[in-house]
Design a protein around this ligand. Structure first.
Ligand SMILES: Nc1ncnc2c1ncn2[C@@H]1O[C@H](COP(=O)(O)OP(=O)(O)OP(=O)(O)O)[C@@H](O)[C@H]1O
Ligand SMILES: [Mg+2]
Length: 410
């Protein structure tokens, strides 16, 4: 089997020409090198996945420089700094002209005591080599001194059509096709982040378009539920509280699982007990709805779940960061459903092949891993099993063998 390189590595930009949607930035980089050393350093500033690191790699290729990467801890280390200032190892060779220093992802460097920023600024006045600094937010106040000494090159979020262009190029190179609908979905989801787009494309190629679309709609639901939980647990109770769940596409029962999981994350002490009390009341009405089909009880389930939970705590702080969790129970149900659908699909193929009813095929399904193993390859091929089907069958077989083995010992 061929080894799998992630798309973001396999198709990493290597030349200026490969960089999409950053024409102004490319031009500014070229100008900088024309006039170097008028200014010593460039800052590549912009959102994630827009080509900052790639631009550094590309310019090293284009100008035949050795790319010397520096990290924050190097700045605190004399020996590393001397190494940076020393002539390039390869400089004496015929192959490289010199070096360019890359301080990638500078956002994290500190200003205090033996921080890194003062050292970085000192380095600017000592170096003979161009320095590239990349950051997501260079306008943070701690960088004000650094900003004055560098030329800032802004990278922008890529447009939807730029992202599509990149994805189509990759698909072409991979000799793969996907629907326009999925292509658009990926481009929209990426919000101008090429890395995110390529990673999503990877998932589509791995799990298929249908499952991918399902996963995105899960992701969207989650994004909104996180906001709703924040309002529920952290905003003071008011007349809007009972309308909180109206905007989600999620069933109230699923909301209940999210609330259940997150009460202990958000509340403390006796307020946890009060919140669970409200939750249990919501759950009583949920049970009555199911047993008696009294749908008008939804009003009460909603009331206890929103107002009840919100009013359980007196301490509300909307600015506090709380890491809300995804309920573990849903995930298990979801996985079980996936498996079930896979099994159904295989059984259908088998039923068609043998001209038996699906019901009968389902009854014999526990034998399928063994039947298919004995089947002659041509017949089996006509069943059109997917890789994931095969994987599922292997798993089942292993489980059956283990179970049989255990029985022998009983
Ligand atoms: N403008 C672009 N044109 C073509 N490919 C791009 C572009 N921007 C990013 N990519 C691709 O996306 C991936 C990530 O890019 P890169 O690492 O350069 O992003 P970055 O801006 O440095 O992000 P971060 O801020 O997270 O470090 C790479 O595979 C790269 O080839
Ligand atoms: Mg980067």
């Amino acid at each position: 089997m061929e080894k799998k390189i992630p798309l973001i590595e396999k198709y990493r930009v290597e030349r200026f020409d490969d960089i999409v949607g950053q024409d102004i930035a490319v031009q500014e980089v070229k100008n900088f090198f024309k006039t170097f050393p008028r200014q010593k350093a460039l800052i590549f500033n912009g959102p994630v996945g827009t080509g900052k690191t790639s631009m550094a790699i590309a310019l090293a290729h284009e100008y035949n420089y050795e790319l010397f990467e520096l990290n924050a801890s190097d700045l605190r280390n004399r020996a590393s700094l001397d190494e940076v200032l020393k002539p390039s190892l390869e400089q004496s060779s015929l192959f490289k002209k010199g070096k360019v220093i890359l301080m990638d992802e500078a956002d994290g460097i500190t200003t205090t005591d033996r921080g890194g920023l003062p050292e970085l600024i000192a380095l600017l006045s000592k170096t003979h080599y161009p320095i590239i600094i990349t950051a997501n937010d260079i306008w943070h106040k701690k960088f004000s001194l650094l900003r004055q000494k560098c030329k800032i090159v802004n990278f922008k979020e890529l447009s939807e059509s730029d992202i599509k262009f990149i994805l189509i190029k990759v698909l072409h190179a991979e000799n793969k096709r996907i629907s326009l609908e999925t292509l658009t979905l990926i481009a929209k989801q990426s919000r101008g982040d090429v890395r995110a787009a390529l990673n999503d494309l990877q998932s589509v190629l791995d799990i298929g378009e249908e499952l991918f679309a399902q996963e995105i709609s899960e992701r969207e639901k989650q994004e909104s539920i996180f906001n709703i939980l924040k309002k529920l647990f952290q905003r003071p109770f008011d007349s809007n509280t009972i309308k909180l769940f109206d905007s989600t596409g999620m069933e109230l029962d699923e909301v209940l699982l999210w609330v259940e999981e997150n009460i202990p994350e958000a509340y403390q002490g006796e307020f946890i007990a009060r919140a669970y009390d409200a939750l249990s009341k919501a759950d009583i009405f949920r049970g009555r709805i199911y047993r008696q089909q009294y749908w008008r009880f939804l009003v009460y389930e909603n009331f206890f779940l929103s107002a009840g939970i919100s009013a359980s705590s007196k301490f509300k702080n909307i600015t506090k960061f709380i890491q809300y969790k995804r309920p573990s129970r849903i995930l298990k149900i979801f996985l079980a459903n996936q498996k079930n659908q896979r099994k159904k699909a295989i059984v259908e193929k088998y039923a068609r092949l043998c001209h038996v009813s699906k019901r009968k095929a389902m009854k014999e399904s526990f034998l399928l891993p063994f039947i298919l193993e004995q089947m002659d390859p041509k017949t089996k091929k006509s069943m059109d099993l997917e890789d994931k089907d095969e994987e599922f069958l292997q798993e089942k077989k292993a489980a059956i063998i283990v179970a049989a083995g255990l029985n022998q010992f009983r």
